[in-house]
Design a protein around this ligand. Structure first.
Ligand SMILES: Cc1cc2nc3c(=O)[nH]c(=O)nc-3n(C[C@H](O)[C@H](O)[C@H](O)COP(=O)(O)O)c2cc1C
Ligand SMILES: [Mn+2]
Length: 497
């Protein structure tokens, strides 16, 4: 097992998956026009091994596409193994352990990327007339998408004009033509904040976009770390070793040396292009596109036989849930504990498509606050929605820590049986929220708010660290000796496991 190296290098990551029989090398010819995406969709939905497409109709010879880089597995024990490998963690790692590792890095000093002179990403360099995005196997992901997306699992690199803040962030990139792209740069996301700084100076934003970066770097680029924190330094701290970077060809940005493909250029000052629609993280396919910033390509560098990783967004679980949801959960848990809240776990249930977060409330600590449901919810709302991470996820469930909030069955049970319809569903219509949430109406969208809600699933007794009723279950309704006996004799009774 080569765990740390897998977090640092996509090709090592793939070899490790292959070794575990969690990679399917697809040598049959496939079409980037919908066929690849349909296969990847089925892989997510059936929780199968990641496909590596090696024979793509009409593409640059040797170019490959990797699907479902952080998809889930059916096998319960290894369900999170592909996600865990992004951080160099063993296949049995649980969500709680993943969050601990991510949070530990927040307490460490940043370890800045290491500037090196060259690397595999410079094996091929296209400039000026050589630039042609269409030579890559840029997939059409859903029948009703407004264009082909080269970037669904890649990250933007931008730097503040004063040079103090390097931002790495995942964002989708649609191909406009052979040397232009378009995609979101929302002004509450860091790419948008930094672009606004450049625009204030009347300048286009120097920009690079990285595909096939070290898996840990991709995961961190999908993490809502607070503003002014540079993701590259954080990834270094997370892995205990810096990421090697090389200088871009056309601007003073530094890009991962072993990336598969780097597209560089600038984000236009005010030029736009029609982007989308695209099947999205919440599971819906909108029908209208939007005018979003134009990205001009000035150079492309790539490895021999480049691998393009993709996420085919839609119904969970895909990377908008397994990566984005997990990274958001880690940041929210940190923010809640920093604010002194009695919260021992946070989890964006993948099944809720990154539209709700569950907080596990430590009822022993809750009782010390001597509070009630409404005051507690109001206090949590004030903290949660004001954070960069909490702002992204509109619904928040509060559940006592007798429940394992990473187990969706238990969460549904608590939601259905503990939240009182008259006073536990508390809307916060005046707190601003993320505009991509699918149930927002036109009025909400123009006001930038209206979609936020806390659902209190704590019984009133839990505010005194008491319980309304015991649980009727194998674990709770029988003496431990009897449970042991039953487990010991399980096969003797005639069950196979
Ligand atoms: C697969 C995937 C796709 C994503 N696509 C987008 C996107 O298109 N637009 C966006 O604003 N955020 C997108 N995100 C979420 C951002 O990457 C995330 O909010 C991150 O925190 C942004 O970086 P920042 O906090 O430095 O702004 C995506 C995340 C993942 C994992
Ligand atoms: Mn950031």
């Amino acid at each position: 097992m080569n765990l740390l190296e897998s977090a640092l290098d996509l090709r090592t990551f793939l070899n490790e998956l292959r070794h575990r029989q969690d990679l399917v090398d697809v040598n049959t010819e496939v079409d980037a026009n919908l066929e690849i995406a349909a296969i990847v969709r089925r892989v997510y939905e059936e929780r199968l091994s990641a496909p590596l497409f090696k024979n793509i109709k009409g593409a640059l010879p040797g170019a490959c596409v990797l699907g479902a880089p952080a998809g889930m597995l059916n096998n319960k024990k290894y369900a999170y193994s592909r996600l865990a490998l992004h951080f160099g963690l063993r296949p049995e790692t649980t969500p709680k352990e993943i969050l601990s590792v991510i949070r530990l890095a927040m307490k460490k000093e940043p370890l800045d990327a290491c500037k090196v002179r060259s690397g595999p990403v410079k094996e091929n360099i296209w400039k000026e007339n050589d630039i042609d995005l269409t030579r890559f196997p840029v997939p059409l992901l859903h029948e009703k998408d407004g264009g082909r997306y080269i970037g669904t699992y890649g990250f933007h690199i931008v730097r503040s004009p004063d040079g103090k803040w390097d931002s790495w962030s995942i964002g989708r990139m649609m191909m406009v033509d052979h040397n232009k792209l378009t995609g979101p740069a929302i002004s509450t996301q860091h790419i948008g904040m930094i672009r606004d700084m450049w625009r204030k100076e009347g300048k286009a934003t120097p920009w690079a976009f990285v595909l096939g970066a070290p898996p840990a770097a991709v995961a961190v680029a999908g993490m809502p770390l607070p503003a002014y924190i540079s993701e590259p330094g954080y990834v270094g701290a997370l892995l205990g070793t810096p990421i090697d970077v090389v200088k871009a060809e056309t601007c003073d940005l530094w890009v991962p040396a072993n990336a598969e493909i780097v597209i560089e250029g600038e984000i236009s000052l005010d030029e736009t292009a029609l982007e989308g629609p695209m099947g999205e993280y919440h599971g819906y396919q909108h029908t209208e596109g939007k005018y979003l910033p134009m990205f001009h390509v000035k150079a492309i560098t790539f490895r021999n036989n480049p691998i393009l990783p993709i996420c085919v967004a839609g119904l969970p679980p895909e990377e908008n849930h397994t990566i984005w949801g997990t990274m958001i959960s880690a940041q929210i848990l940190e923010d809640m504990q920093e604010a002194g809240m009695p919260v021992d776990m946070a989890w964006c249930s993948y099944e809720a498509a990154t539209c709700w977060t569950v907080l596990s409330v430590d009822t022993e600590k809750l009782a010390l606050l001597n509070t009630d449901a409404r005051s507690f919810a109001d206090h949590i709302a004030e903290i949660y929605y004001s954070t960069h991470a909490g702002y992204l996820v509109p619904k928040l469930l509060l559940i006592g820590n007798d429940i394992d909030i990473t187990n969706i069955d238990e969460v549904v049970w608590a939601l259905a049986t503990r939240a009182h319809p008259q006073h536990d569903f508390i809307a916060y219509p005046n707190i601003p929220g993320f505009p991509m949430v699918p149930y927002l109406d036109a009025e909400n969208l123009s006001a930038g708010k209206g979609g936020n809600m806390i659902i209190n699933c704590l019984f009133p007794e839990q505010f005194r660290n008491e319980m309304r009723a015991g649980t009727a279950s194998f674990k709770h309704s029988y003496p431990p000796e009897l449970q042991e006996k039953v487990l010991r004799k399980w096969r003797e009774y005639g069950f196979s496991e």
